[in-house]
Structure formats: structure tokens, C-alpha cells
Design a protein around this ligand. Structure first.
Ligand code: TYD
Length: 138
């Protein structure tokens, strides 16, 4: 599995750091939605879904957390601990977020508006979705 991590260019000077993200330039899609998680309680694991079409970039802009990526064949855990690093998560990737530090703020840039119909929340349904896509591609 290829993990796609973007390293953004901070505009640093004597005052501090600034990261700017523009759609289609720094982010490979139109940014239609932004959301973030904070005050996540210790031990919480969330996500547990894939998407039919949504693409996302996850940035832990404060603190740290870990992301489990699962493409149905392989799993990888990606730590996010730098505010200038973004993890690309394609639609067809099962994801779980965990190990949030108490100060973690996980920012998500999303290619679509919120639509519950785009979610695949059942793992067996996810495996069937992946299998269907693979068969079409063969
Ligand atoms: P949820 O899907 O449970 O988050 P996660 O997948 O990270 O565990 O979302 C929590 C709540 O927030 C749920 O009631 C749906 C709502 N929500 C929105 O209204 N808009 C959004 O863009 C997102 C991501 C969630």
C-alpha cells in the first residue's frame, strides 16, 4: 500500500510559521468542506468507515494522533504529529483514528459536502466494495 503524505511548505520567518493550502495546488481536489476534531478523550478510536467517492487530507495541526489505513488487503498505521504534514486518504480506504494526544486538533479537508449516503460503515460491505472495484478494473 502506498501512503501518500504531503509535506507542506511553511512560510517561516522570525515571527513564526504559517502554512497556506490552496485547492488543486497544495491539495489535489476542490476543498468543499473543512472539519476538525479536538478534545478527543483518551483511548477513543473513531472513524471506522470508508467512502464511496470522498477524498480527504488529514492534518494534525496541533498535538498528535495515529491513522490506521486499510485497503482491504493491507493495513498501515501512519502517525501524524507535524502541523505541516497532510495524509491523503482516498475514498476506498477504511480508516480509523486513534492515540489522540489530549491537545490534538485533527483538521480534515474534504472533496465533498457531508453526505451520509457516501459512507461505508460496515467492514464486510467495504470488502465487497473493494472487490467490485477490482473486478471492474481487471
Ligand atoms: P462521525 O461520522 O461519527 O465521526 P467519525 O467518523 O470521525 O467517528 O461524526 C460525528 C457527528 O458529526 C455525526 O453526528 C455526524 C456529524 N458530522 C457532520 O454533521 N458533518 C461532517 O462533516 C462530519 C464529518 C460529521
Amino acid at each position: 500500500m502506498q501512503v501518500v503524505k504531503y509535506v507542506f511548505q511553511p512560510h517561516g520567518d522570525e515571527r513564526g510559521q504559517l502554512v497556506a493550502l490552496e485547492e488543486y495546488k497544495d491539495i489535489p481536489f476542490e476543498i468543499k468542506r473543512v472539519y476538525f476534531m479536538y478534545d478527543t478523550l483518551e483511548g477513543v478510536r473513531r472513524g471506522f468507515h470508508a467512502h464511496k467517492s470522498l477524498e480527504q487530507i488529514l492534518i494534525c495541526i496541533h498535538g498528535s494522533c495515529k491513522i490506521l489505513l486499510d485497503n482491504g488487503r493491507e493495513k498501515k498505521v501512519v502517525p501524524l504529529e507535524k502541523p505541516y504534514e497532510g495524509l491523503y486518504v482516498s475514498n476506498d480506504m477504511w480508516r480509523e483514528m486513534f492515540d489522540f494526544s489530549p491537545d490534538a486538533v485533527l483538521l480534515v479537508l474534504a472533496s465533498e459536502l457531508y453526505d451520509e449516503r457516501d459512507y461505508i460503515r460496515d467492514y464486510d460491505e467495504f470488502l465487497a466494495f473493494i472487490k467490485g472495484k477490482t473486478e471492474v478494473a481487471e
